[in-house]
Design a binder for this molecule. Sequence first.
Ligand SMILES: [Zn+2]
Length: 122
Amino acid sequence: MQPLVTEANIDYTEVIRRIGDSGGNEYFYFLRCPNCSFIFLIDSEVDTAFMDASELLCQVSFCHVGDTVACLRCKQPLAAEQIWSALRGETGTELWHVSREALRASAWSWAIKENSRPESHG
Ligand SMILES: [Zn+2]
């Protein structure tokens, strides 16, 4: 199993700079669409999804039960309840989680904090 992206792997400074506005309590997390593996960013503090890695002003909120977020690639609606389950790491949400390697290969590679690599170069 490949190591998953954790909070420590995310370059908060760069993400917040691109969002252009900071509420001050961001908690970012990467998830992927269980249907097509498309990766998107979540700010779980405000239940907001950032679907487009090149346009972080494009935000979708999923504050309420019954809300859905449309996958940018396959257009499937992703239910807020499922997203919350995945954020809590519940059993059965494995398909939602993103490996560091997958994130590095995605359009979100700029969001990776490079010095979080486990390998040392000494
Ligand atoms: Zn999808």
